[in-house]
Write a protein that binds this ligand. Structure first.
Ligand SMILES: Cc1ncc(COP(=O)(O)O)c(C=O)c1O
Length: 452
């Protein structure tokens, strides 16, 4: 008898009638290679599904990276300006753009800086509006605020967790200059519709691809579809150097302007021509990035394979529904593997009890963003600032506040469960089975969840 048959037989033998019904209808995932731990919940004194689970180390470190950093340290050329053509930052920019198939890349000190550089290079500032998502890192919104433009929040989709194109279109005003869609968890948002809306209303598109390195959509790489794409290389990301960022584009003039902005307004010819902060990436960060590029694609593929495996195991299971991917999605970065938790299929147990029970089985899941950024105090703070009071009418600011009712974002914040994926999705398929088995063991015992 195959292991899966055994597991399924054992599983069905221990579950309630309603579960048997679901299994018979094909709605229960086939359990992976269990070690028989389908009995009492570990949180109630049973044996855990897995003991002392060790995931692949993140951030990724190898000898090539150490050697490149060593070499850069010894060179004493630590700033890109000391070695503008042959330094690690310049070589990384060239190599990253080549891998993605785009005209060029400008490195910065963070993803937030990359986004703000594009905002500035596009001339977006006070009295302008940029539509973005409340379900993101604060860096997205900060990149608009530091230019004293108005970040207008569009709600998200409950199944894909991505910005909702319909709400984007509703939020366009005569002052909207750009849309900043975010590819959350590293998977493409509904870019086809966003681009169509942008074209219709003559708006720029700045893709926040901070989590979405190498993701493919409709035959193109994420970040190359809008006017510019911005990446983060902060430690947790799937390509990482501590803090770092990058802008890619096929628009050479925009790339040139971005270089100038991130170089405190000084262009490649050495003339100080505009306003810009100093956002330069340093050579040690460049060394870490350059040295990991040759193996990054392999890790990307492993994450996609493991994500597809998890999703196949959860197919039809009503309790946890993996992030919906839009048609045209060929691959994702899988920075995070996320699922919508459906409490009603876990005997009404709140998400935190489910997470606690799964953790006791040896698998760490967690909520992601607990509060949409429309609920953070910055929305009140900007209303007190002279520049906002001067540059935006009181009616506009009142409308801005009134529009911060975003129920889908609130719903996703309250119900999302994630497996952090940068490291864990590099593990073996049997490790993915452990994840599924822990979830399913808790599901089998859902009638006990409310007592923990
Ligand atoms: C979606 C998104 N946008 C922007 C940022 C900001 O990037 P950084 O932290 O490198 O400034 C992040 C980082 O977490 C992010 O996840």
């Amino acid at each position: 008898m195959k292991t899966n048959d055994l597991s399924r037989r054992h599983f069905i033998g221990t579950v309630s009638l309603s579960t048997v019904g679901l299994a018979a209808s094909g709605a229960i995932p086939v359990i992976g290679n269990t070690s028989g731990n389908t009995g009492k919940l570990a949180i109630l004194g049973g044996d855990p599904v897995v003991k002392n689970k060790v995931w692949p180390q993140w951030p990724y470190i190898d000898e090539k990276m150490i050697a490149q950093v060593n070499e850069t340290v010894k060179s004493g050329l630590w700033g890109r300006i000391n070695n503008p053509k042959n330094g690690t930052v310049a070589r990384f920019e060239e190599e990253y753009a080549k891998m993605i198939g785009v005209k060029g890349c400008v490195a910065t000190g963070s993803g937030t800086q990359a986004l703000n550089t594009v905002v500035e290079a596009m001339g977006i500032g006070p009295s302008d509006e940029v539509i973005t998502s409340p379900y993101t890192d604060m860096g997205t919104i900060a990149s608009i605020l530091v230019s004293r433009a108005l970040p207008v929040m569009a709600d998200i989709d409950k199944e894909s967790f991505q910005i909702d194109p319909d709400d984007v279109e509703r939020k366009i005003t005569k002052n909207t200059k750009a849309i900043m869609p975010v590819h959350m968890m590293g998977q493409p948002c509904h870019l086809e519709r966003i681009i169509a809306i942008a074209k219709k209303h003559n708006l720029r598109v700045i893709e926040d691809a901070c989590q979405a390195h190498f993701a493919q959509y409709q035959g193109k790489t994420i970040g190359t579809i809008g006017d510019a794409g911005c990446f983060s290389f902060q430690t947790s990301k799937t390509i990482a150097c501590g803090e770092g960022g990058g802008i890619i584009s096929n628009d050479e003039k925009l790339l040139d302007d971005c270089y100038t902005v991130q170089n405190h307004g000084t262009n490649k010819q050495g003339q100080s021509v505009t306003i810009g902060s100093k956002y330069r990436m340093n050579e040690l960060e460049g060394a870490l990035l350059l040295a990991q590029l040759s193996t990054a694609r392999e890790r990307f593929e492993t994450r996609n394979r493991n994500a597809a495996y998890l999703t196949s195991k959860l197919k039809g299971f009503p309790g946890l529904r993996p992030q919906k991917l839009y048609e045209g999605t060929q691959s994702g970065s899988f920075y995070l593997y996320t699922m919508a938790y459906h409490q009603e299929h876990f005997n009404g147990a709140p998400r935190d009890k489910f997470i606690k029970a799964v953790a006791a089985e040896g698998i760490s899941l967690s909520p992601y963003i607990r509060n949409g950024l429309h609920r953070e105090p910055w929305t009140d703070h900007i209303l007190t600032l002279n520049e906002y009071k001067t540059m935006y009418s009181s009616e506009r600011l009142k409308k801005f506040k009134e529009e911060l009712i975003l129920p889908n974002c609130d719903h996703v914040c309250a119900n999302m469960v994630m497996l952090w994926a940068s490291g864990p999705l590099l593990a073996a398929e049997s490790d993915m089975d452990d994840v599924i088995n822990a979830i399913m063991k808790v599901y089998e015992n859902r009638d006990k969840l409310n007592s923990i």
